[in-house]
Design a binder for this molecule. Structure first.
Ligand code: 5AD
Ligand code: FES
Length: 361
């Protein structure tokens, strides 16, 4: 206990310190969670900010070994929302004072896709009077494409590194040019250089993953100087190659617990960044996201994809809210957040404080 108290009150952390935090149990775990909550409230306050998430297409050119919408999964019915549907979702986010909007899809790189996104960004900026913050999460693209989208109005980008351990990265992705670790890293550097608030993240509880890997993931985020993080438990999907390794996994509930400890530890290591309560947490525990808010997370991404498409954007088993419509999530979430001793920053962008400070330097 004394050892943990000493560690959580430091401002610099070694890999071993982080491993100790991730292994905390019992009273130590309570202390870790309480410290993370205290730091969050001191640095950021009690507010949670929303990012209305639209998963607008499940068409993907990649084949990540864990992902339910990978190209090689022929069981999925592919969909692609129309521009009008995407714009309607942006309006919904704006009208419901969500403050920010996230556009996510499977990974496609083509001039037509680049142009489509560029036009959509410009239109959404215009119809929401520039008031709606826009995050995009559209995978690996060229620097020119990232720049075009930035100039069109996107100001945040999410690209999870999935694992900062190169060897592990290649165990969970096909070994080909389409899934190159260095390319992914270079994309993250390009995004940061362009001026995006840059977000990354990892999956927690992957087969072959060690505590040391997770500690290195946190150190990677710190060294990269990330502004936002979204990370959640790995959850197997039956139609994926990684599903063959289910016997190697820790039980779901342990993965969930470890994800909470990752969030709390990251909050202690990087006090002023934005940390999202990943939806995958809710796939394991119905109040998983609220639990994450209590231990350091400050961002929630309510799904605002029209209900009829949700069933076909299942990256993992047991994805929550697939039968709901966006309207149903509005009041449900408000109550949930209040129960987690937090309030919602309606109509605010909720930018990462870390980003503003980084810009000033
Ligand atoms: N379990 C948990 N998270 C997953 N993702 C993809 N597949 C899974 C899975 N089986 C996450 C990846 C990706 C994000 C959009 O969803 O981290 O970057
Ligand atoms: Fe689509 Fe990995 S399967 S990006």
């Amino acid at each position: 206990m004394d050892q943990l108290i000493k560690i959580i009150n430091q401002t610099e952390f070694s890999k071993q310190d982080i491993v100790t935090m991730l292994c905390a149990e019992g009273e130590d775990k309570k202390l870790l969670f309480a410290k993370a909550k205290e730091i969050k409230e001191k640095e950021i306050g009690k507010k949670v900010h929303y990012r209305g998430l639209i998963e607008f297409s499940n068409i993907c050119s990649k084949d990540c070994l864990y992902c339910g919408i990978r190209k090689g999964n022929y069981e999925v019915e592919r969909f692609n929302l129309s521009d009008a549907e995407i714009i309607a979702a942006a309006k919904f986010a704006h009208e419901n004072k969500y403050g920010s909007f996230v556009m996510q899809s499977g990974e496609i790189s083509s001039p037509a896709f680049t142009d489509r996104i560029e036009n959509l960004l410009k239109k959404i900026k215009k119809i929401t009077n520039g008031e709606l913050g826009i995050t995009i999460s559209l995978g690996e693209q060229s620097q020119e494409t990232y720049q075009k989208w930035f100039d069109a109005g996107a100001h945040r980008y999410l690209l999870r590194i999935e694992s900062s351990n190169k060897e592990l990265y290649y165990k969970i992705h096909p070994k080909d040019e389409m899934h190159n670790f260095e390319k992914r890293l270079n994309c993250l550097y390009a995004l940061q250089k362009i001026g995006y608030q840059t977000g990354t993240g990892v999956m927690i509880g992957l087969p072959f993953q060690t505590m040391e890997d997770l500690a290195n993931d946190i150190l990677f985020m710190k060294t990269f100087d990330v502004d936002m993080v979204g990370m959640g438990p790995y959850i197997e999907h039956p139609n994926t190659p990684l599903n063959d390794y289910t016997a190697e996994l820790m039980p779901l509930i342990k993965r969930f617990d470890l994800a909470l400890k990752m969030i709390a530890t990251l909050r202690i290591v990087m006090p002023d960044i934005n940390i999202a309560a990943a939806t995958a947490l809710q796939a394991i525990d119905p109040i998983g996201r609220e639990k994450a808010v209590k231990v350091g997370a400050n961002i929630i991404m309510p799904n605002i994809t029209p209900g009829k498409y949700r069933n076909n954007y299942k990256l993992y088993n047991n994805k929550p809210c697939v039968d709901e419509e966006p309207e149903e999530c509005v009041s449900c979430l408000d109550v949930r957040i209040r129960l987690a001793d937090a309030s919602i920053g309606y109509d605010e962008w909720g930018d990462s404080k870390h980003f503003s400070k980084r810009r000033e330097v």
